[in-house]
Design a protein around this ligand. Structure first.
Ligand code: FMN
Length: 181
């Protein structure tokens, strides 16, 4: 099957349409070979001047458990407010979709949006990678600019699509935002 073949585009379209963020996992283990295979596919992403600036840290077993525990502890100890991923000055339609997301998200998991403690506990789930068997930390060198952030996003999306196409669940969090300023 070649690009341009209707069956080819139908498969790609279906994979793109059916991808979802997953926040609960059934599998306890993913072989490292599978992770390496997925990263090998993802690296075919386009990048500025073909610089491929992404770096990936793969966490399994004790390494993932230890980092999750340290991040959760830091989350519990944090007193300041986290960096806002969407600024107050964002376009109205963006703010409206953010509000819609939170309303649906908390309703789905049965959390009262006015219950700050419950929201805080749910946020902590991010730091435990929602108990996924594999944690991946994607990084860029701090000298790089928004061009490379875009490259990284394309790489991550490649990874997520390849993962979904293999029937593996995945989710993305941008928790680095909280400490990037
Ligand atoms: C850059 C980025 C950061 C995200 N950060 C989080 C996060 O910290 N926690 C979370 O539960 N979901 C996070 N998400 C997932 C989004 O909430 C999700 O993609 C969006 O609600 C659309 O749902 P869908 O992915 O199921 O289509 C993030 C998504 C992106 C693209």
């Amino acid at each position: 099957m070649d690009a341009g073949d209707a069956r080819y585009s139908a498969v790609v379209d279906e994979v793109l349409r059916s991808r979802r963020t997953v926040r609960a996992f059934e599998v306890d283990e993913v072989p490292i070979e599978t992770v390496i295979d997925l990263l090998d596919v993802a690296r075919h992403a386009p990048s500025t001047f073909n610089t491929q600036p992404w770096r990936v840290h793969v966490l399994l077993g004790d390494a993932k458990r230890e980092l999750s525990a340290a991040l959760t502890q830091a989350h519990e100890a944090a007193t300041g407010s986290a960096h806002a991923a969407i600024p107050r000055a964002a376009p109205q339609e963006v703010r409206a979709r953010q509000g819609d997301f939170f309303a649906r998200y908390y309703a789905t998991i049965g959390i009262d949006p006015n219950d700050a403690t419950a929201r805080h506990q749910q946020t902590a789930r991010n730091y435990a990678f929602f108990d996924a068997p594999v944690g991946l930390i994607f990084t860029l060198d701090s000298s790089l600019t928004h061009h490379s952030w875009l490259d990284l996003g394309l790489f991550i999306q490649n990874f997520m699509i390849a993962t979904h196409a293999r029937g593996l669940a995945r989710s993305l969090r941008c928790r680095s935002c909280a400490t990037s300023r």
